[in-house]
Every structure is written in C-alpha cells, then in structure tokens.
Ligand binder design. Structure first.
Ligand code: COA
Length: 166
C-alpha cells in the first residue's frame, strides 16, 4: 500500500517526477525495499526508522515516516505522502507530521526534524510550514553538509526544533 502510493498513484508524478502517461514504475518494488527495510514496518529497530499509516475515518490515506535517529544530534529526517490526490488538501498530512514530531519528542527525546521537499511542490512546503517547519537560512553547500544531499535539483531544506516541549 505504501509502495503503491509512492510509485503507482496519481501523486507519483509529484513525488518521483514520472510522466503520468507512462505506466512503467520508475521505482521498482525491490528498489523501494532497499530503501525502506523491514524495520520500517515491524518495529524491530525503532531507532532505525519507522513508517506510520495515516488513517482518517477508518481509511488508510497516506504514510509518514522517520529515518534513523541521529543520536549525536538527537534529530531525524521525515518523509510523507498521501496515497491519492483525493486525500490531499484536507489538513491530514500536516496534522500527521505534527503528531509524529510530538511522539518522537516525548517517546525518544528527538528534538530536531528535517524534511526535503522540492521547490516545485508549494503545497508540501505550505503543509510543512503549518506543521511548524521553516526553511533553513543556510546556503546550499552548508545545508548539504548539515542535512545530506539534495533529493532533487531544487530541494528546499526545512527544519523544526522542539526545544521546550513540556
Ligand atoms: C504534501 C502532503 C503530504 C501535504 O499533506 P496535506 O494533507 O495535503 O496538507 P494540508 O492539507 O495540511 O496543507 C496543504 C496546504 O497547502 C496549500 N496549498 C495547496 N496548493 C497550494 C499551492 N499550489 N501553492 C501554495 N499552497 C498550496 C493548501 O491551501 C493548504 O494550506 P492552508 O491550510 O493554509 O489552506 C500531501 O499533499 C501529499 O501527499 N502530496 C502528494 C505527495 C507529496 O507531495 N509528498 C511530499 C513530498 S516532499
């Protein structure tokens, strides 16, 4: 379900930049599994990252995940996608991100979060702002050193810190 939402849905073009007329998956299931290993789905390594299904009114609408917790900085990278366009724009994505940050802060003492949308995805940028993220003020080269390589040529680095949550 999570793979299909990413690689074979009507939001795939936005996520992977694949022309919608071509039905060949740009991302194979095997390549997805190389990135999203078993611990993302079975709780076997909570420090290594996990996926959560976003449910609304009993329906699976999307997924939000965190990657490995970088213990030297108490921070992690997040990613999110709704499974279909019809599930977008209802406030559920930004709420899911807020909930995941709160959960990671209280259960794992994670204080820093970052996410890397494309500048060509203003809806995602707005949703992340609603969830408390801001664009980093770092220049590109510094941001890449700090938060890793860009996911696309126009990656925007957005961060959130929860210093005093309680
Ligand atoms: C990005 C995503 C997770 C956001 O979740 P969501 O539930 O759709 O987001 P929300 O409804 O909470 O917020 C969307 C905001 O963007 C705004 N928006 C929509 N289209 C916009 C546009 N073209 N330009 C600027 N803002 C836009 C909406 O008005 C809303 O803001 P508002 O509540 O202030 O009116 C979801 O849209 C999604 O999965 N999109 C497809 C895949 C994707 O882009 N994933 C992110 C990869 S980095």
């Amino acid at each position: 379900m999570i793979y299909r939402g990413l690689a074979c849905s009507d939001v795939t073009d936005i996520l992977l930049g694949h022309p919608s007329q071509d039905h060949t998956p740009l991302l194979t299931y095997e390549a997805f599994c190389d990135d999203y290993r078993q611990h993302f789905f079975d709780d076997s390594n909570p420090e290594g990252g996990r996926c959560f299904v976003i449910e609304f009114a009993g329906q699976a609408e999307g997924q939000v995940n965190y990657n490995d917790i970088e213990r030297d900085r108490n921070r992690t990278e997040l990613d999110i996608w709704m499974f279909e366009e019809r599930h977008c724009g209802h406030g559920h994505g930004s709420e899911a991100l807020r909930l995941l940050c709160d959960y990671l802060r209280s259960a794992f003492a994670v204080q820093g979060f970052y996410i890397k949308p494309s500048a060509a995805n203003p809806r995602a940028i707005r949703a992340y702002e609603k969830a408390g993220f801001r664009r980093t003020s770092l220049f590109d080269a510094e941001a890449m050193r700090e938060y890793g390589r860009k996911d696309s040529i126009d990656t925007v680095y957005m961060t959130r810190n929860i210093e005093h949550p309680f």
